[in-house]
Design a protein around this ligand. Structure first.
Ligand code: ARG
Length: 461
């Protein structure tokens, strides 16, 4: 039998494989709430401009509410022959309410319908993720406040660089996540225009009121160009780009968690709730949630690259290729949702092994820069000269197999005769972090103030 929605022109129906490659109902049923919302707004607008009679609009409205209940309760029969969520719902509406249901598609096309539904869906997803990112920021800021004064080694090249505090390190991620929220909010602002009423590609001859539908759906305004409106997916790409950057941040943090809870580092211990054991090695506590968060970052970036590649060769306006826009967006959203929740769980539960961090914070000549700075401050050596003197002292300590603070004053003076006992005061880890009071620096009082400021901003003070 030919298709019920456009069968007029066809004598035969689609081949089974045609139906299979063509149908999107398997995944776009996720748009059902947005589709019903869009249809309710469209019907209300058709009523207002006189294209539907009051009883027709009422029948449509009640029918759509009834369908929502059917879907909610798992009683709706999704039919692959009806291709996608839009035609499944519309066909069921006509089944339920008859003639008025067949009037709903006046001045509308699936092209503006899907563009509208998808924007609504992405907007909802952004709102959900924004709350999750904020929650993770709160958890990080709380742990940062708790560890504002606990030193750990700071690294560059993953080589010991200078001591920092654990709280300072955690707050670095709060800053990144705050920018991620900004990017998502920015994408939301730009996507918040309503394509409905663009129809297939050229607009419509009916006297529709696009401002009304835009307003009913919470959009800021109607889109300005009908061709652009039905063929633009950069709102989805921008969303995926923001998600990819967010996922990259979560992945870097996950990588650090994996390193930190390895035995040689031992900076943190994850809770039992966020580790797995081994089927053969009884001692194991594996950080699987962190590893999977790291891996899903790749998957999310894959979604971005996949959709960019789908879109890059399409002439205006709509092409069926664009039906492939949804799965990457749905999948990336699921992945990001999971990663955020898992990261939040790990952060809340992890135990910081502050004694271990403190011990390692002082190893690897981590206060060599403090020594050089002292030579500049106390003896007014030019920094380059101080760097050189310190380098020779590090080499001397290394030859002896001791830390800088274990060299005697005489050994120090062998390299620079004007060095005094006072120098030893700057070589401790606590003195080192305490001295870094510059704005944005790692001094405990700075970190405590930053953590408090974030908790205040996040409404968690
Ligand atoms: N299922 C389609 C999609 O997701 C809806 C739009 C179909 N439009 C068309 N002209 N075939 O893109």
């Amino acid at each position: 039998p030919s298709n019920a929605q456009w069968g007029g022109r066809f004598a035969g129906g689609p081949a089974a494989i045609m139906q299979e490659i063509n149908a999107s109902i398997g995944f776009d049923r996720a748009l059902w709430r947005q589709d019903i919302r869009g249809s309710l707004a469209h019907a209300a607008m058709l009523l207002k401009v006189g294209l539907l009679l009051p009883d027709e609009e009422q029948a449509i409205r009640e029918g759509l509410h009834g369908i929502a209940v059917e879907i909610e309760e798992g009683r709706f029969r999704f039919d692959i022959a009806l291709e996608d969520i839009h035609m499944n719902i519309e066909a069921r509406l006509s089944e339920r309410v008859g003639e008025p249901g067949k009037r709903l598609h006046t001045a509308r096309s699936r092209n503006d319908q899907v563009a509208t539904d998808f924007r609504l869906w992405v907007r909802d997803a952004i709102d959900g993720l924004d709350g999750q990112v904020a929650a993770l920021m709160r958890s990080l800021a709380r742990r940062a406040a708790e560890h504002a004064a606990d030193p750990m080694p700071g690294f560059t090249h993953l080589q010991t660089a200078q001591p920092v505090t654990f709280g300072h390190h955690l707050l670095a991620y709060v800053e990144m996540l705050s920018r991620d929220r900004g990017r998502l909010a920015d994408a939301r602002r730009r996507l918040n225009e309503c394509p409905l009423g663009s129809a297939a590609l050229a607009g419509t001859s009916f006297p529709i009121d696009r401002r009304l539908t835009a307003e009913l759906l919470g959009f800021d305004r109607p889109t300005a160009n009908s061709l652009d409106a039905v063929s633009d997916r950069d709102f989805a790409l921008e969303y995926l780009a923001a998600l990819s950057i967010l996922a990259m941040h979560l992945s870097r943090f996950a990588e650090e968690i994996v390193i930190w809870c390895s035995a040689p580092f031992g900076f943190i211990q994850l809770s039992d709730g966020f580790t797995t054991g081994s089927s053969i090695m009884p001692q194991k506590r594996n950080p699987d949630a962190a590893e999977l968060t790291r891996a899903k970052g790749g998957r999310i970036t894959g979604a971005l690259v996949g959709l960019l590649t789908v879109m890059k060769g399409l002439p205006l306006a709509y092409a069926k290729d664009m039906q492939e826009d949804k799965e990457p967006v749905f999948d990336a959203t699921d992945a990001a949702t999971l990663c955020l929740a898992a990261t939040d769980g790990m952060v809340r539960d992890m135990r910081a092994r502050t004694d271990r961090m403190r011990a390692l914070a002082g190893s690897g000549f981590s206060t060599a820069t403090d020594l050089a700075d002292w030579l500049v401050r106390a003896l007014r050596l030019p920094f380059r000269t101080a760097h050189h003197v310190t380098g020779r002292l590090v080499a001397a300590a290394e030859r002896k197999g001791v830390d800088l603070a274990d060299l005697s004053l005489a050994e120090m003076q062998a390299e620079e005769p004007r060095i005094t006992q006072e120098l030893f005061g700057v070589l401790t880890v606590d003195a080192s972090v305490a001295s870094r009071r510059s704005e944005g620096g790692t001094a405990p009082e700075r970190v405590a103030a930053q953590a408090a400021a974030w908790l205040e901003r996040l409404g968690a003070a």
